[in-house]
Design a protein around this ligand. Structure first.
Ligand SMILES: Cc1cc2nc3c(=O)[nH]c(=O)nc-3n(C[C@H](O)[C@H](O)[C@H](O)COP(=O)(O)O)c2cc1C
Length: 308
């Protein structure tokens, strides 16, 4: 693999990454799962699976189903909880020199604040507030769909957390711009967009005149959501001045460039990791070569030209 160039560096309002390629929460575990496939330390950063105060078992019903252009998941935020994360997962991330963002999820403002405080005490450099998960009964999406609730939440977290505060926005709203503005006003350092879209898959099987149905409702992700994600990034870039991390259906270097053109400062790769576990590292190498082969000075110049 080629050496990663200095000129791919990104500064997300205080959170520095060696390149703009990140992996999306819930699709990359806590990174150790992927060490067998790639050198994870070469990525800009990984985002952990959402962490809550207590461990969560997640949903009991079918959690994942494939669709023609992506997948639907209904994991229900299964995770190890903050104590186990700090005890078992954090040391591995540190030992392997992996830059990471901690994705946190709560059901109340107090739970988010407690999690953020613990992150601050443990000097975790960046957190991503998951206010946009469609697969749990309480919390999360409720904050992400109402600008006043979002403002209050981000404002409360800002008071206890001194690192880079990223707010992950949902596309399941009428105006993502209003939510982005609320996050910025409340003190977010960056926003990431988008989380999954609400989706339902119905698979039909006719047996002896009766339909057997497999119905899975949850978050739709993958290649089919890319235009929705680009639209969200593009519209956000017109109304906010903090960095935007683009997420949604990214699989190729062309996709990455399109997100930069729309206004993204960095990108996260999600569903594509499941079919191509090495994809993120490959994108870092390809981006580096693209910049070199086309005589751009650095990533910043490439972004400027893409947006001109
Ligand atoms: C199986 C699965 C689990 C996910 N879990 C989380 C999560 O815990 N927290 C979160 O903020 N987003 C979660 N997401 C959303 C992704 O981080 C990402 O925003 C979304 O999948 C869109 O990107 P993609 O099309 O590249 O997958 C999950 C997505 C999938 C597919």
């Amino acid at each position: 693999m080629a050496v990663i160039a200095e000129n791919l560096k990104v500064n997300l309002n205080g959170f520095v990454m060696q390149n703009p390629i990140m992996t999306a929460s819930g699709t990359y575990g806590y990174a150790d799962e992927y060490n067998a496939f790639i050198d994870v330390s070469k990525l800009g950063a990984i985002v952990t699976k959402a962490i809550s105060m207590s461990p969560r078992e997640g949903n009991k019903h079918i959690r994942i189903t494939e669709t023609k252009a992506g997948m639907i998941n209904s994991i229900g935020l299964e995770n190890v909880g903050i104590d186990v994360f700090l005890r078992d997962k954090l040391p591995i991330l540190k030992k392997n020199n992996i830059n990471f963002v901690m994705n946190i999820a709560g059901t109340t403002v107090d739970e988010y604040v407690s999690l953020a405080k613990i992150c601050d005490d443990n000097k975790i450099k960046a957190i991503e507030l998951n206010v946009s998960c469609p697969n749990v009964k309480a919390g999360c999406l409720e904050f992400g769909t109402d600008e006043n609730s979002l403002f209050e939440l981000v404002n409360a977290v800002r008071k206890v957390y001194t690192g880079c505060l990223i707010v992950k926005l949902t596309p399941n709203v009428t105006s993502i711009e209003k939510l982005g503005i609320a996050a910025e006003k409340a003190g977010a350092n960056a926003v990431s967009a988008i989380n999954t879209l609400k989706g339902t898959s119905i698979k039909l099987n006719l047996i002896n005149g009766k339909f057997k149905k497999e119905i899975v409702s949850g978050g739709y992700s993958g290649t089919g959501i890319k235009p929705v994600a680009i639209s969200a990034v593009y519209r956000l870039s017109k109304v906010i001045n903090i960095p935007i991390i683009g997420i949604g259906g990214i699989e190729t270097l062309e996709d990455v460039l399109e997100f930069f053109a729309a206004g993204a400062d960095a990108v996260q790769i999600g569903t594509a990791n499941f079919t191509h576990p090495e994809i993120s590292e490959k994108l870092v190498v390809e981006l580096n070569e693209y910049i070199k082969n086309n005589n751009f000075k650095d990533l910043e110049e490439l972004k400027r030209e893409l947006r001109a």
